[in-house]
Design a protein around this ligand. Structure first.
Ligand SMILES: C[S@@+](CC[C@H](N)C(=O)[O-])C[C@H]1O[C@@H](n2cnc3c(N)ncnc32)[C@H](O)[C@@H]1O
Length: 222
């Protein structure tokens, strides 16, 4: 099965098996199918709110993943209504939606969850400062993070757990490679994104711009 660079990087960042992985906002389901194929988890749950997508994905799953050994469930559901049960080691993936929605989904899942903890991978479109701040507020710690470029757009893959040692930085930490010109481009674009937002509310966004700028100040000191 062929999946794009961004989804492939999400698959690659997972270094341990899980009892269950949730492919939330799964759309075409390519990510979850790649995880099923790699047998990263005992079972994969697919969730999307669009009935048409879910029906077509259900047909694909029944056709290509019906053999024993592939455990999957598929639900046409608003992610805001989903309750994570207390059942084994679980990883929730929310990829390909905007940062406000991503944060809203995390808040809802955490509020309703019956499981003590679950690991999370988020890969949202823009606004990662907001997403990271929410992860920090929920007490998440960093497992790994990456910057990914696909079709001229940049994404951050942020992989967190309550059982990890490193802190989550609101502007990212180990993902930055200042010898990589793409990362410098992403850093500039991120600052420009928040500079535009600061035109409407400088008190909220100037500290964020400063925090991104300080990343390179530190770099230049050494
Ligand atoms: C751009 S696709 C992302 C697909 C895939 N996760 C990826 O990263 O390539 C966004 C998906 O989010 C789904 N979605 C949006 N709001 C949702 C909600 N409240 N509950 C469940 N799915 C939702 C949409 O139906 C759409 O299929």
């Amino acid at each position: 099965m062929k999946i794009g660079h961004r989804l492939n990087q999400i698959v690659e960042i997972i270094k341990r098996p899980y009892f269950r992985i949730w492919d939330c906002c799964c759309d075409h389901g390519l990510l979850g199918m790649a995880l099923l194929d790699k047998r990263v988890a005992n079972e994969v749950y697919f969730i999307d709110v669009l009935e048409k997508q879910i029906n077509s994905l259900r047909q694909k799953l029944s056709r290509f993943f019906r053999k024993t050994g592939y455990q999957w469930q598929i639900y046409c559901k608003d992610l805001n209504q989903v309750v994570i049960p207390e059942q084994g080691d679980q990883l929730v993936i929310i990829a390909g939606v905007g940062s406000d929605k991503t944060v809203q989904f995390i808040e809802s899942l955490k509020r309703k969850s019956l499981a003590d903890t679950f690991d999370l991978i988020v890969c949202s479109v823009h606004g990662n400062y907001h997403v990271r701040s929410a992860l920090i507020d929920f007490g998440y710690r960093l497992l790994d993070e990456r910057i990914v470029e696909e079709n001229g757009r940049f994404y951050e893959i942020i992989y967190v757990s309550h059982n990890a040692d490193e802190v989550v930085s609101p502007v990212g930490d180990k993902m930055w490679d200042w010898s990589n010109p793409q990362h410098i481009t992403y850093w500039r674009k991120t600052i420009q994104h928040y500079q535009k937002k600061a035109l409407g509310n400088k008190y909220q966004f100037l500290p964020i711009i400063n925090a991104y700028q300080r990343l390179r100040d530190d770099e230049n000191e050494y």
